[in-house]
Each structure stands twice: as C-alpha cells, then as structure tokens.
Design a binder for this molecule. Structure first.
Ligand code: SF4
Length: 305
C-alpha cells in the first residue's frame, strides 16, 4: 500500500490532485473550521525544536499564565458570533498527568463555556494526559481533543523533542480513543522530514483511527532552530495534502499553520483538491487572516459553510 502511494507521486501534479479531489468529493464534503485561543503562553519546560514557547528557544513571545474565564469567554463568544462552531482552548506545557489546580480550573472554564454557549463545540489541546485526566476532560464535555504526533515516532527525538517521548503522546491518543469524542492529531511538515516519513505518518494516524488530521507547514520563527531554514516547497506541500487525502480519505484534513504565510496563493488549490477544513483567526504565536476574510475566501471558492 505504501508502495502504491509512492507511485502516485510520479504522476503529473494535476492527475494526483484529481485522484485526491475525487476522494474528497466522495468522502469529505463538509468544511470544518475552528478557531483557537492561546490560553496559557510560554512558561513551558519542554524543548520542542520548532516552538516559540519553548524555554530552549530564544524567540520573543508574550508569556502569561492561564487566562481567566472572562477572557476565554470573550474570545469564544466572538468566534460564535462569527458563525464558527468549533473553539479550541490551547495551553503550553508538558500536559496534565494529574488533575492539579490549573487543570481543575480549565475543567471549570469548559463547563461554564458549555453552559453559556451550548451550541459551541469545545476543543482542548492541553498536552499529554493520563487515563485519569482524559476521563475528567471528557466528562467536562469537550467535543474534540487535539494532540499532534508531528512526525513519525522514529524521528520524534531528532526532529521534535527529547524532554518527553512520542510514546507518551501515542498513549494519550489511545486513551482518548476510548471515548466518543473526536481525536485531532496531525503533522508539522517542513522540518527536514522526507516524503516517505510523511506517508508513514499518514498510515500511522489511520491506524490510530484519529478523526481530524491538521497539517501545519513550519513557519520559521526567529529565535528557533529553524529561523533561517526552508526545507519544503509549495509543490511538496500541495502533494503532501493530496497524499493525505488519498490515504485518510474520509477524515477531516485541516490546513493549520502556514496556510496564509507560507502557502499564500496556493491555499485555494489545496482547499479545492484535498483539505476540508482549516484553522482561522490566527495561531498560537503567529497571526493569520481574520475570520471575516476566511469566510469571504470560502465564498469565493464556492464552498457552502
Ligand atoms: S509545543 Fe507545547 S510542549 Fe512543546 S515547547 Fe511548545 S508549548 Fe511546550
């Protein structure tokens, strides 16, 4: 199967995109849009190579502890008023193996948000969890949990981080999959990984049966090891999305970071052929387009949202 996929890469680009687009129109017609809030920034212990929030990098970012309910509610209400129905609460750091005070506070915030905005689907991205904390977050009524694998397990240590292991991340995903919530887990591309690595990761995500696959294109941030690196071309990004659609045919494939800044004019091609979702309104430490601009973009592509 992996061999068949690799053969597709020898096709003319538009033939490849036609195969991806056929899968998309058959299995993945709905558009899935979400917006996130960086609810706790910096103050992390981990050494993720690409991340501006890591204390091992020298990027200049705003650092703050967990935002209070009012701040998060304000952002969630704005998202809701703009017609977006998926709102993600993202915190920096290793995660929550035990339900400490901060974790309890996040649970309270989620429960309060659900009572005030019952139609808003709440997503959380809080890092590594245990059996105990997964159960608690599911009971708080989240709809989705994001936990990216980023790269294949064999390259996690060399490309991403050594302060925690990929096994801890995989265990978190397996624990989440025991519950009826959507598990969102994807990749960051452009770190120097090969196309073979990306294909292997897509098959692994399929095996884990994750529901949503966000793909981030590395934004080289000043102060990180990748600040002056440019490992990936626009064509490779387009091909990666097409291959992911072909392998993960019925999953939601989302274009996350890098959509506007790295792919610029090519993002429409990816949305037409392969992806059926994206992140709008900015990322954790970099800005994106406004929700209004993105909704206009969808209209121009003749997507119904
Ligand atoms: S990706 Fe998360 S865990 Fe890794 S350095 Fe950034 S904030 Fe910390």
């Amino acid at each position: 199967m992996e061999k068949d996929i690799k053969d597709l890469l020898n096709l003319d680009l538009f033939e490849l995109l036609k195969i991806a687009s056929d899968k998309k129109s058959k299995y993945a017609r709905d558009i899935h849009i979400c917006s996130i809030i960086n609810a706790k920034s910096g103050l992390c212990t981990e050494n993720c190579t690409y991340c501006a929030q890591s204390p091992f990098n020298k990027a200049k970012i705003e650092k703050y502890s967990l935002l209070n309910f009012d701040r998060i509610y304000e952002a969630a209400s704005k998202t809701y008023e703009n017609g977006i129905r998926h709102f993600g609460i993202v915190t920096s750091g290793y995660g929550y193996p035990k339900p400490n005070k901060e974790f309890e506070e996040i649970l309270n915030i989620i429960v309060k948000l659900k009572s005030k905005l019952p139609e808003l689907e709440i997503c959380a991205s809080l890092g590594i969890l245990s059996e105990e904390t997964v159960k608690l977050i599911v009971e708080a009524q989240i709809s989705e949990y994001n936990h990216n694998l980023q790269v294949i397990p064999e390259k996690y240590k060399s490309l991403i981080a050594t302060t925690h292991s990929i096994e801890e991340r995989i265990n978190t995903i397996r624990e989440l999959k025991k519950y009826p919530i959507k598990v969102c887990s994807g990749a960051i591309i452009g770190l120097g990984e090969t196309m073979d690595d990306r294909i292997k990761l897509a098959f692994f995500l399929k095996e884990l049966d994750v529901d949503i696959v966000p793909i981030n294109v590395l934004i080289p941030i000043k102060g990180t090891k990748f600040e002056d690196k440019n490992y990936i071309t626009a064509i490779e990004v387009i091909k990666t999305f097409a291959i992911y659609r072909i392998i993960l045919k019925d999953k939601i494939i989302k274009f996350a970071a890098g959509r506007e800044t790295i792919m610029k004019d090519f993002q429409g091609l990816i949305m037409l052929s392969s992806a059926n979702g994206f992140l709008t309104g900015g990322y954790l430490t970099t800005r994106g387009r406004s929700i209004e601009e993105d909704l206009q973009f969808l209209k121009e592509l003749d997507f119904f949202y």
